[in-house]
Write a protein that binds this ligand. Structure first.
Ligand code: LER
Ligand code: MN
Length: 279
């Protein structure tokens, strides 16, 4: 398992849910704290210059773990269950750019709130049909670039569609596309899933990436999340992908990122040794 931290550009809107803003400065700090990579929260592919990005990654010895897309929903107002095909087409266009960039970087693209929701007057079945149809279009584009799309269940207070891992897995099973997986976020799981460990194990075959946070969405170690339960479950499913720190930047971004790194990096090192039978 490798650890990254969520970052965005310096002029990302307030809706970008990240620890740090400003790509280069965030990468410099992430590298100094021992993170292995950064998760890029982007609104469109134009938010970042690929040549500059590749320079920063080599200067700070980091990888990109994933491209996250919350701002496509929060800042651009685009989502997959929208009743207007023009809006869904626009969402697909934005994803084409993000998928292209992800393909060049060899990373996955997340689908969080951009999946959409059941709107007033819309039936759940209708929302689901639009979601499935739009996801298939995006997965088709992504498959050509060898990119996997990961669906992130999000708690009921943010969205009313795909709240827990079981719901995510059920929808993935309805898709024809195979380049799709699940992105559990421990903060949402603590609100929505029955037992965090059991749900991770049960949905293990689809899990490709994970968001780490504590129960209060502060840095791991600042709440009451049982990380032993989390790591035991990840070991059962032999999870060996990226985990990303996606937390509130409190009490301030630097402290939050440091607390998270200090708590998680030694645990991840132990986990990796035990996964490889070296403990
Ligand atoms: C995005 O990864 C997420 O977890 C959402 O809660 C942001 O609103
Ligand atoms: Mn998340």
């Amino acid at each position: 398992m490798k650890l990254s931290v969520a970052i965005a550009g310096s002029n990302a809107p307030p809706s970008a849910f990240v620890v740090w803003r400003g790509f280069e400065e965030s990468m410099r700090k992430a590298s100094r704290l021992g993170y292995h990579g950064v998760e890029l929260a982007l609104k469109t592919a134009q938010d970042i210059n690929p040549a500059e990005l590749s320079g920063w990654l080599s200067r700070y010895n980091l990888e990109v773990s994933c491209i996250s897309t919350g701002q496509v929903f929060a800042a651009l107002g685009l989502y997959f269950t929208h009743g207007d095909k023009k809006v869904r087409d626009e969402a697909v266009e934005v994803f084409k750019g993000l998928v292209e960039l992800a393909g060049d970087l060899g990373v996955m693209v997340n689908v969080g709130r951009v999946r959409g929701f059941v709107a007033p007057g819309q039936t759940r079945d209708a929302a689901e049909r639009l979601f499935v149809e739009t996801m298939e279009r995006i997965c088709d584009v992504a498959a050509k670039k060898n990119v996997t799309i990961i669906i992130e269940p999000v708690n009921r207070y943010e969205i009313n569609f795909i709240n827990n891992l079981d719901e995510g897995s059920a929808l993935i099973s309805k898709l024809k596309s195979k380049n799709v997986g699940l992105m559990p976020d421990l903060f949402h799981m603590n609100i929505e899933d029955d037992k965090i460990g059991d749900s991770l194990v049960r949905n293990g075959p689809f899990i490709k990436y994970i968001h780490f946070a504590d129960t209060n969405r502060l840095a791991p170690g600042q709440g009451h999340m049982n990380f032993d339960e989390v790591f035991d479950a990840l070991k059962i499913i032999k999870f060996d992908g990226w985990a990303s720190i996606e937390i509130l930047p409190k009490p301030d971004p630097d402290t939050a990122a440091r607390q998270a790194a200090e708590y998680m990096l030694p645990r991840i090192e132990q986990y990796n040794k035990s996964l490889r039978g070296k403990l």
